[in-house]
Design a protein around this ligand. Structure first.
Ligand SMILES: Nc1ncnc2c1ncn2[C@@H]1O[C@H](COP(=O)(O)OP(=O)(O)OP(=O)(O)O)[C@@H](O)[C@H]1O
Length: 266
């Protein structure tokens, strides 16, 4: 049986790449305001893999955008203690005129990393995502799964320590349904690859998905958001579950998700 985390003991805040305190986010003002998030308390520990699930429109992407600094909360506060968080989206969003290696090097170039270091780093990351030897391919020459591998390598390049202000801080990857546009077999392969890469790099990951099975397979912890406005309603420790325990966890989280959706619809 899975353990529901009622009150998660905070490690010291300084060790957490991201920490939300009563975060709220509203779009617009007055009666027409859309409250996307309300009183969200959430933290991710160094190297932790956290999956976020919830009904469509409950604010998952909004939450990631706040962590990424793409938007600002309208209530509460967010502490970020990581090197620059990097986002992997559903679509790889690569620069079509750059090669795979060039795309991976881009954040390093923007961080002022010298050319020879960039080259070496890009080659290492290409090996890590099992695209060694394909660095000179352009995005249109790669499959959807390969493009997502490049996007993952680029995100790792972006969030890894460099000479800039993020040096020495823990890394944080934000992933917004990164595999949902892929076919089932490719998705399964990339889930396994992501686990391998997570273990190899020790980066913390905050991963948004609609797929509870994916969340339980990948995450150490699954966090359920309520329907809009999104709040953390329940969390499960799913670390290392396999076999019947994993299946039971999927059923339990799915039942809670269905409850959240139906209570909102009522
Ligand atoms: N820029 C914006 N302006 C106005 N409303 C917005 C904006 N961005 C998001 N919203 C609203 O905030 C709510 C949360 O959106 P968000 O995209 O974060 O949900 P989500 O959980 O990621 O959805 P999905 O699972 O369908 O991708 C939605 O009602 C959405 O319409």
């Amino acid at each position: 049986m899975t353990a529901t985390i009622e009150a998660r003991q905070a490690v010291t805040a300084a060790t957490q790449p991201v920490r939300f305190h009563q975060v709220g986010k509203a779009f617009g003002q007055g009666r027409r305001a859309v409250v996307a998030l309300d009183q969200v308390d959430l933290e991710v520990a160094v190297g932790e893999f956290v999956c976020l699930v919830g009904a469509s429109g409950c604010g998952k992407t909004t939450l990631l955008n706040l962590v990424a600094g793409l938007d600002q909360p309208t209530a509460g506060g967010i502490e970020i203690n990581s090197s620059r968080p990097a986002v992997v989206f559903q679509e790889a969003a690569l620069m079509p005129w750059l090669t795979a290696a060039g795309n991976i090097e881009l954040p390093l170039r923007m961080a002022g990393v010298p050319k020879s270091v960039r080259r070496t780093k890009a080659a290492e990351l290409l090996e890590l995502v099992r695209l060694g030897g394909l660095g000179d391919k352009r995005p249109h020459e790669l499959s959807g799964g390969m493009r997502q591998r490049v996007a993952l390598a680029r995100a790792l390049a972006s969030t890894t320590d460099h000479t800039g202000s993020g040096a020495g801080k823990p890394s944080l990857l934000l992933m917004d349904e990164p595999f949902s546009a892929l076919d089932a077999i490719t998705r399964d392969v990339l889930q396994g690859e992501l686990l391998r890469i997570w273990q190899a790099t020790g980066t913390a990951i905050l991963f948004v998905t609609h797929d509870v099975r994916e969340a339980v397979r990948l995450g150490q912890r699954v966090v359920l958001l309520s329907s809009r406005p999104g709040r953390v309603v329940r969390q499960w420790d799913v670390n290392g579950l396999t076999g019947p325990a994993e299946i039971a966890a999927v059923d339990e989280v799915n039942a809670a998700l269905r409850q959240v959706i139906s209570s909102h619809a009522a």
